[in-house]
Design a protein around this ligand. Structure first.
Ligand code: ADP
Ligand code: MG
Length: 317
């Protein structure tokens, strides 16, 4: 069985001292990074735990992609440019075929997102992947949750409900990663380029990880505003209604979570340009309501209001 250091060398560490801003990559006690002048560092960490965030039997290539994608999504939500990441991997065993495939998924998304894997850790235990991402944003220009203003348009990228729909498809036995719902769930695309575009146009943003209603509430609370939502215009993920039926599809779009799309609040006069610029990226941007002064989310029937995902439900909200 390979040692910890052989695992790191074979599957994780790639020479990256030639990558922009990397003074020292894997191999020393710390990575050394040189942020660009005039920028702030945006830093976030996300942990993906087996059978909590992904099924144990999911293809390893998807587990590798997804662990990085969900972390990068937070950089996208701030309008940051992704630069570097570190991976703390807890593995139950050193299964070389599994690791080969996991690393292929992880490194492929690194390359596509221009992110260098600059360090990490390998330990033994129940499968869990912790990914720290570092991005850069021009000083003072990050897209925050707190900037929404009454009168702003609320809009979402892509389509909603695919996370929950894909989980349902998995439970129904779908295993083909070309299935649009399973793709949305297991291979979400961090909206990094869209985030950088929207940084110039929007007042506030958040990525939809807990569910639209829950994340919209976070944005509203941070901004001290409310929202008038038009639930009937939510863009539904491809195949969602066919898989779940009409009512459950709507609920999945409102509260399913794991969609990793961006929710933005932008001034009405910026909407057209935002739609057009995202269209050139092949990504729809759909207006779904308005920011209002009165706190709370309006437009949803209280008797059917679903709640977002929480690891520790209960307590004070
Ligand atoms: P230390 O004991 O000093 O914490 P480690 O033995 O854990 O260092 O790691 C040795 C080197 O390999 C470090 O530079 C570390 O960043 C790198 N490394 C460890 N695990 C990973 C990983 N999963 N991906 C990338 N680099 C890694
Ligand atoms: Mg260590």
């Amino acid at each position: 069985m390979p040692s910890e250091f052989e695992l790191i060398a074979r599957f994780f560490a790639r020479p990256c001292d030639a990558e922009p801003g990397v003074v020292a990559g894997p191999g020393d006690d710390c990575a050394l990074l040189a942020p660009s002048a005039g920028s702030e560092l945006a830093v976030s960490v996300d942990t993906s735990v087996v059978d909590v965030h992904f099924p144990q039997a999911a293809p390893a290539v998807a587990i590798g992609h997804r662990a990085l994608a969900v972390a990068l999504s937070d950089l996208a939500a701030m309008g940051a440019r992704a630069r570097w990441c570190a991976l703390a991997a807890t593995l139950p065993e050193a299964d070389e075929a599994w690791l080969e495939s996991f690393a292929a998924g992880f490194h492929a998304l690194c390359r596509r997102s221009r992110v260098a894997l600059v360090g990490g850790d390998v330990t033994r235990g129940p499968l869990s992947l912790s990914v720290t991402v570092h991005g850069e944003v021009p000083a003072g220009r990050a897209l925050r949750r707190s900037g929404a203003e009454a009168g702003d348009i609320l809009a979402v990228t892509g389509a909603l409900g695919g996370g929950r729909g894909g989980l349902a498809a998995w439970r129904d036995g779908v295993r083909d990663l070309d299935d649009p719902l399973l793709r949305a769930y297991l291979l979400p695309e961090p909206r990094l380029t869209a985030g950088e575009v929207l940084r110039e146009l929007a007042h506030a943003a958040i990525d939809i990880s807990d569910g639209l209603l829950a994340d919209l509430q976070h944005l509203c609370t941070a901004s001290g505003v409310g929202a008038a939502l038009q639930p009937e215009v939510l863009p539904l993920a491809e195949g969602l209604t066919a898989r779940l039926g009409e009512a459950a599809a709507r609920e999945a779009a409102l509260a399913g979570g794991d969609d990793y799309e961006l929710l933005v609040a932008l001034p009405p006069e910026a909407l057209n340009e935002a739609v057009n610029r995202l269209q050139t990226l092949g990504l729809p941007l759909t207006p779904i309501g308005r920011v209002v002064g009165e706190p709370g989310i309006h437009g949803i029937d209280d008797s059917t209001r679903p709640t977002g995902w929480q690891h520790f439900p209960g307590g004070t909200p």
